[in-house]
Design a binder for this molecule. Sequence first.
Ligand code: PGA
Length: 254
Amino acid sequence: MRQPLIAGNWKMNKTATEGQALARAIREGLQTQTVEVVLCPPFTAIPAVHAVLQGSSIRLGAQNVHWEDAGAFTGEISPVMLKEWCQYVIIGHSERRQYFHEDDEMIRRKVLAALRHGLIPILCVGETLAQREAGETGTVVATQTRRALEGLSPEQAAGLVIAYEPVWAIGTGRAATGADAEEVIQRWVRGTLEELFGPEVARRVRVLYGGSVTPENIAEFVCRPTIDGALVGGASLKAETFLGIIHETARAKA
Ligand code: PGA
C-alpha cells in the first residue's frame, strides 16, 4: 500500500518568519495521520520551519539541490547540507527546466546525488501546451522519466516520488482533468517505470499530480487509485487551502 502524500511547493514565497507562521498553522490544523504531508519552503526558511515541525509527523523538503557534495559552485546548495534538515527534495520542476535551463542530464545527476545522501527525490515531469497540442504528451513524459532515472537500481527507484505536472496547468487555474492525469500517469509514468525496473517498482513508486490543485478539485485526482496525492503550489501558501487539500485527500483515500 502506498501512503498518500501532499507536498506544498512554496516556490520563492515566504520569509523565515512568515514560513514559521504558516507551518505552525498547518501543524495546528492537521487532523489526519493517513496522509503524509511535506512542506517545501525556500532554503532560507528551512531551519525556521524545521524548528516549528519538531515532534510532528510533517516532513520537510527543499525545492532544488546541486549534484556535487561540495565545491566551487557559487549560489548552490548540496545534498549534504540539505540532509541535516530535509527528507525530500523537488528535482526538475518545470520552472527550473524553463528559467534555469536544467536539462535531463542535470536532473539525472541531481536524482542520483539526492539518493546517495538518503534524500527522497520528488521528480517532476510534464509536457508544455505546445507539446500537448502536437500530440507529444506521452513521448515527453516517458522520455523525461527515463532520462532522469537511467542508471538507478530497482531498489533506489522504488523509493522515489514522481510528480506529473503538465506545464500548462501550473499556476494557471486550469488543472488537467482527473481522467487525463490518470491516463498519463498510468500509461507513461508507471509504464516507463515498468519498462525500466519491472512491475513491482512501477507499483511501489508514489506518483502525484500537480498543476492548479485546490480543495475543490483535489478529490477528482486522488479518487483514482494510480494517483497518490498532489504537489501543490499556490494553494499551499495558505493554511486553510492546504489543509483543505490534505483533508479531502484523506477522505477520498479512506
Ligand atoms: P500550482 O503549482 O499549484 O500553483 O499550479 C504547482 C507546482 O508548480 O508544483
